[in-house]
Design a protein around this ligand. Structure first.
Ligand code: HEC
Length: 104
């Protein structure tokens, strides 16, 4: 009985994972889609970038729409270089959505 419950739990996890295929793309853009990678700054808060997994770092940025955030990333801001020439709008959007997903 215990074993079958554990199996059910594992199956639910697998299903949750495959439902977010889009987020998985975002994760690979975030981790390896650009040079430097988004992760190289946003994993650690380099140059005071808002970190993934730390909602408190984001402040007012959380009030922006995804479109606005994507525009900022494309054009660069402060210490963040413009990323628009390295990744498509869709890729940047997926990476931003992945990042926002870590804040929930
Ligand atoms: C060289 C370091 C660096 C890299 C690489 C980098 N960022 Fe940033 N990012 C920053 C910094 C610093 C800020 C804060 C800029 C500011 O508000 O002055 C920022 C801000 C942001 C914001 C908030 C934008 C807003 O409207 O306030 C988002 C979203 C973001 N980055 C996503 C990304 C994504 C996606 C990538 C990869 C495609 C990326 N960043 C790559 C340093 C970086």
């Amino acid at each position: 009985m215990k074993k079958s419950l554990a199996l059910l739990g594992a199956a639910a996890l697998v299903m949750a994972g495959s439902m977010s295929a889009h987020a998985a793309d975002g994760e690979s853009v975030y981790k390896g889609g650009t040079v430097p990678t988004c992760a190289s700054c946003h994993d650690f808060g380099a140059a005071e970038s808002p970190r993934v997994g730390h909602p408190g770092d984001w402040g007012e940025r959380l009030d922006k729409s995804v479109d606005e955030l994507v525009e900022t990333v494309k054009g660069g801001q402060g210490a963040m270089p413009p990323m628009g020439h390295q990744a498509s709008d869709e890729e940047i959007r997926a990476a931003v959505e992945y990042m926002l997903g870590t804040l929930e």
